[in-house]
Design a binder for this molecule. Structure first.
Ligand code: FES
Length: 103
């Protein structure tokens, strides 16, 4: 997990217990306290979905639940915001690739 910030001059990080999430069926390590977005980015995954009309890659943008850039299918539920959804053991995460599920 080379993309995790482990040392910071101001913020102290407390890592929770390790859990496994399944991204497109592939097991990935995450930690209690991670959001889906932070776990994916820590594992090198930046693209969460594609734009509806032009199929452009979308990923983390506002990171506070106020846009639609991070919508994913999480535990089978489409249009779930990855940036404000906490991970749990066995969680399934899929890209939302214009499967006709956009609001
Ligand atoms: S990045 Fe904006 S709602 Fe998640």
């Amino acid at each position: 997990m080379g993309r995790r910030i482990t040392v910071h001059p101001v913020i102290e990080f407390q890592k929770g217990a390790q859990v496994t999430i399944f991204y497109e069926g592939k097991p990935l390590p995450a930690y209690d306290g991670d959001t889906v977005a932070s776990a994916l980015i820590a594992n090198g995954i930046d693209v969460f979905r594609q734009s509806v009309n032009l199929h452009r890659p979308r990923g983390l943008f506002c990171a506070i639940g106020n846009c639609s850039s991070c919508l994913m299918i999480i535990d089978g539920v489409p249009n779930t915001r990855a940036c404000i959804t906490s991970v749990h053991e066995g969680m399934t995460v899929e890209q939302q690739l214009n499967k006709g599920m956009m609001p």
